[in-house]
Unconditional design. Structure first.
Lengths: 334, 146
């Protein structure tokens, strides 16, 4: 009964989110065609606040980071240029990780010893990814983002998880670095260790580049690598991944910040909305129906990824889409 | 193997304490600075009702247009140029954003002495290298653009 009522409320919330995105879509096309002085300036940040609030709820319930929902949805349905959306996406993912990090570290769920070598690789590569991302034309980024998001959908469909992966013997590198610990759950306490450290670290090269290039938090990739490849228990992997984002996204965020790809009017409402949504999401997590929410997140990502891919392909066939905007804005601003 | 008690290490707890403080300061400041910005208490460089003409531009064009139309600086405001514009409502918001982006560097710096005290050279070096990498990212030396 409670679940049915909850599911009904969530469906209503989803319908509201869809309606808001549809409301934003005409603004997108209109904003691309002409100066946007016909609408009050506060409409877009308010819309952003409401959408990111729902996004925050869905992200918590669906077990994904805010960034992976934020970039394709805001990039696909709002008038902001993808450069600014990626910068804001990184800051959204970073803030979520910063908020969760202290608690996870204090509870010894996130492991600093596991995170530090991984972070070294991922944060360096995120800088490279961010520089690539800002150097590439917007339509190429949208195209690649669409492909990546659809790839994430496939990973979410197929990836298995293991609460306690079997690690018969720690490898030499993790032993030398002392990467091990104790995991306590209500029903058992166990020692954990990891293996395949070098392949794991090499995989984080790709994850770091993608996080920086697309402004995505990379929890969707961190968790399977830490859990299935390196053999950390699932909860340790999830917590360490969340903490890891606070380091990986920091390095990329600086590149976006220093290159001017941050607009406070986009960043601040997004941070506030997604954090308020996360607080509400945590409260209703207890009565949520995980399978329904998981399917909903997969559906949203597939739709947003498909739109990003479509926008990228469409823009490739359009003649020089940005030069006229520059002239219009320069002229209008004078 | 590991300690028999599930207790976080000294450096992990120290890192968490600094991270918590920095995160709270950054989040509180971003709410305050954004309120000062949108209420018009501190006037922005780009007037609020004109901002929508610019946010759909690629970053390079956006910076050029904002500089050309409002700031009239020798170069568009990239890198740490926002520090000189903190008196403007929109650029004031860069301060909490920089705090949120910079706290990790500080957390790494404070755990270096702990690793040194423990004689954990590998992690001490890793922490120092991470600080240098983040400092490089924050320095503004890395330029990118379309």
């Amino acid at each position: 009964m409670k679940e049915n009522r909850f599911t009904g409320s969530l469906r209503t919330g989803f319908a509201v989110l869809a309606a808001l995105l549809l409301a934003a879509s005409p603004v997108t096309s209109w904003a691309a065609a002409a100066p946007a002085d016909a609408t009050a300036w506060w409409v877009m940040p308010l819309l952003l606040l409401v959408v990111t609030f729902f996004m925050g709820i869905i992200a918590v319930l669906g077990g994904v980071g805010g960034g992976v929902l934020y970039v394709p949805i805001i990039g696909g349905f709002f008038p902001f240029h993808i450069d600014f959306v990626r910068g804001a996406g990184l800051l959204v993912a970073l803030s979520g990780a910063l908020a969760a990090g202290p608690g996870l570290l204090k509870a010894n769920l996130a492991s600093l010893r596991l995170a530090m070598p991984v972070a070294l690789v991922a944060s360096s590569c995120a800088i490279v990814g961010a520089m690539f991302g800002l150097a590439l034309p917007a339509h190429i980024v949208k195209l690649l983002l669409g492909v990546t998001i659809l790839g994430i959908v496939v990973i979410m469909f197929t990836a298995k998880k293991s609460d306690f992966p079997d690690v018969p013997k720690a490898d030499a590198l993790s032993t030398a670095l002392g990467i091990y610990g104790i995991y306590q759950s209500p029903d058992k306490t166990m020692n954990w260790q990891i293996h395949r450290t070098i392949p794991g670290l090499l995989t984080f090269i790709i994850i770091g580049v993608m996080a920086g290039m697309f402004g995505l938090g990379a929890g969707w990739a961190n968790v399977p690598v830490l859990n299935l490849m390196m053999g950390a228990p699932l909860k340790i992997s999830v917590a360490t991944s969340k903490f890891l984002l606070s380091i990986t996204d920091t390095s990329a965020a600086w590149v976006y910040l220093n290159n001017g790809a941050v607009i406070p009017m986009l960043v601040a409402p997004s941070l506030i909305g997604i954090m308020l949504g996360s607080f509400v999401g945590v409260r209703i997590l207890k009565v949520a129906k995980p399978s329904f929410i998981r399917w909903m997140v997969i559906g949203i990502l597939a739709f947003a990824g498909g739109k990003s891919l479509y926008d990228g392909i469409k823009a490739m066939n359009a003649p020089h889409p940005t030069s006229t905007h520059t002239q219009e804005a320069s002229h209008h601003g004078k | 193997m590991a300690n028999e008690k599930n207790v976080a290490s000294e450096e992990q707890l120290l890192y968490a304490t600094w991270l918590e403080k920095g995160m709270l300061i950054g989040l509180v400041l971003i709410v305050i600075s954004f309120a000062l910005y949108v209420t018009g208490i501190i006037s922005p460089v780009v007037p609020l009702d004109e901002l929508s003409n610019y946010w759909n531009l690629p970053v390079k064009d956006y910076l050029a247009a904002v500089n050309n139309n409002f700031l009239h600086l020798q170069h568009p405001p990239t890198g740490w140029a926002w520090l000189t514009l903190l008196g403007k409502g929109d650029f004031l918001n860069f301060l909490p954003i920089a705090i949120l982006s910079g706290i990790t560097m500080l957390c790494y710096a404070v755990i270096v002495p702990v690793f040194m005290k423990k004689g954990d050279k590998a992690y001490m070096i890793m922490a120092i290298v991470e600080v240098l990498i983040l400092a490089l990212a924050a320095s503004g030396l890395l330029k990118a653009g379309h």
